[in-house]
Each structure stands twice: as C-alpha cells, then as structure tokens.
Design a protein around this ligand. Sequence first.
Ligand code: PMP
Length: 442
Amino acid sequence: MPGHVFGRTTKGVLPVAARGEGCYIIDSSGKRYLDGSGGAAVSCLGHSDAGLRAALHAQLDALAFAHTGFFTSEPAESLADALAAHAPEGIERVYLVSGGSEAVEAAIKLARQYFLEIGQPQRHRVIARRQSYHGNTLGALAAGGNAWRRAQFAPLLVETSHIAPCYEYRDRQEDETQEAYGQRAADELEAEIRRLGPETVMAFIAEPVVGATAGAVPAVPGYLKRIRQICDRHGVLLILDEVMCGMGRTGHLFACEEDGVAPDMITIAKGLGAGYQPVGALLASGRIYGAIAAGSGFFQHGHTYMGHAMAAAAAGAVLDAILGRGLLARVREQGAKLDAALRAEFGQHPHVGDIRGRGLFRGIELVEDRAGKTPFDPARKLHAQIKKLAFEAGLICYPMGGTIDGQRGDHILLAPPFIIEDAQIDELVGKLSGAIRGALAA
Ligand code: PMP
C-alpha cells in the first residue's frame, strides 16, 4: 500500500496506521501499538475519542471554513474566550494558527510589531537557549538551539543569541542548591542582554519544560521567576513556548502556572488539537494587543487557514474535555504513577542517569556510566535502536540523541494520553525496559 508519500525519512517503508482505539494505534495488519508518546506529545485524549468525533461532525455539518478576512466564527470565538479565561494573568488575546511553528513565527513577528508600535524600532534581537526546539520554519528554526536541525540551513537563519539551558542534571554543581543554580542559570540572560545592548533586545523565548531536544527537562524552582524579573528590568518580552508542555501535559493547563510566572506571550499547539485537527495558538497580553489596536490596528501577519472553524471546534472540544472530565488531576495522578514505575524499573539501572519531568511528560537520559554521566558514543545511535525495538514490540516512544555543549546523552521522551490506565503504564514501562535491554546488548 505505501506509495509515493514521503515524510521525514526516505529510507524505509512505514506501517500504515489504520485505526485508533484509546491509547492504541492499530496498523493495517492489525498490529497494536501503545502510544507512549502521543506521537510527539500530541494525542492527549487518545485516539477516536467519542466526544471529539461528535464535536467535529457537528461543526462539519454547520460550516467547515470561512476566511478570517471576512468572518469570525462561533467555534473560534468561544475557543479564544475559554483560553483567555484560563490563561495566566495579563494574557487576554488569542491568535489561532495551524501548528506550533506558525505560533512561534507569529510570536516573533508580534513582538517586533509591538516595539514598532510603541516607538522602539531598534529592538529586534531574540535570545533563546541552546537546549530548545521552537519549530522548523525559518524564523522558529533560527530561534531554536538544536544544532543538528539548524546546521544545513544556517545561512538562511537570522542571527539569534543562545544562552545555557536550565539543565539541573548536568549543570548544577554538587555544593549548589537548586535555587542558587536557577539564579545562576537565569543570570546568563542578564549578561547576554547587557552584552547585546538592552535597547536592541526584543524577546526571550524558552520552553518551561524542554521537550524534543532534551526529554522533559523542567526548570528548577525560581529560575523562570528570575527570568521574568530580568526581562522586566530591561523591557524585554518573555515568550514561553508551551507547544509541547502546555494544554495540561504537566498537570496544569499551562506549565508556567507551576513556576508562578505570567509571560507576555504563550505559544501552544500539539495537545490543543490533540491530533484531531492541526491547530496552534499564540496567546498575547492585553498590553501587546492594546499597543497594536491603538496604533496601526492591524497585526501584519496571517495565514489562509488561521481560525479554521473545524480546527477551532476540535480545540474547543479538547479544552472542554480536559477541564470537564477532570483530566488535569488525572494527569497529576497518572504522572506520579508513571514516575514511580520508571523509578522502580530504572532507578538503579547502570545506564539510566536521570529520570525527570512533570505530569505525563517524562524523560529518561541514558549514559555510559552513572558516576561520570558520560554520554554514549553518538555514532552508536542508541536512542534510534531503542525506538526501533520498542516499535517492534508495539510501543511508540520518542527518542532523541545528539549533544548540547558537548554533553548530554541519548534520551527517551514519554507523553502518553491523559487517559492512560495503570495496566498500560506497566505495559509501557515493561516494553521500554525490554527495548533498552535489547539496544544495550546489541
Ligand atoms: N515548539 C515546541 C516546543 C515544539 O516541541 C514543537 C514541535 N515539536 C514546535 C514548537 C513546532 O511545532 P509544529 O511541529 O507543530 O510546527
């Protein structure tokens, strides 16, 4: 059946995904795969959710699409109202797009336009962190710090400053408290702003819990608060990229709630549509929106499919499901069980250096030796071996390799649907353990 479609890889023929059933994807041969990573932290409600199917059918019967140059729509308006009502303090406006990269592009452009509107045209620089991924379009790719993804497109990317991540496992010194380490890591931002000239810096962008490049690395307590203070001191906008970690993934609707920080903008996607529709959103403060409304009155940006009625209807139904079915509490509960199961299985494992994350957003980092935290030789591609063996055994997990600052091992990211049952947590950890054993033995 696979024919002329090509995706990220041109190397192999992939199985054909045929059906979904809760936490499982079933291929055309009938093989079942436990979706241990929700694809890439997307499928938060699992597959073929009855409520989502009904919401989408109803919207399709009414209207699929009306261009935002002419109309707004009921699903887009009610989604924006609901997101704004549950967003951190100061966030008032919602700009609907089709995915995470589009949300980040919009954030960067909105930041730029904001400073033009308020008469600070010299502000144009973005600062990000080396351990980050913000998307694959050119603006978002320039912001991200993933060296491997950036390398071949480097001549096309606008210059961005990258500071150190907040990466406790590798960067906190033994005699340093979490708080002291968080302040030290955050102070890199201040130094970089001063080096560039504060009057030229537009925004700092970071993932509150780092996903794709690091395997669920949360900031230590206090780090983001200090970042917020530094941004405020220099008039720099704080953009938090919650494309992966937002929409309840960490057990809070927005991950930054747990850090007690309200940013100027938040980007979300993935869990927003839960895979039922491609959709993303940029959430912006009333201050930013107000500057544009009072100025040119027009955000000079836009895509044909922004505010798409079907996408908005899906996202509205996802948000209703998360809040109405008590899924945030469930994420915290099942997340604690997943964490406990991972610690029971890998806590003493000689090649598992770190187990981390929040809610149902968990990661493990593999190392050659625990004491020295030495990564495996990247040429061995251990993470890819683990992915392959897990997939053969019927488990989808999200592995990554590569290095940051010449350190960091292979890691596995887990982000199962919020509806995961206890027995499925056991299945996930058992299959992952088998895949790791097999990959290490190879
Ligand atoms: N930001 C973050 C934090 C992400 O994890 C991703 C996707 N992995 C993106 C942005 C880009 O999103 P998309 O793939 O939907 O364009």
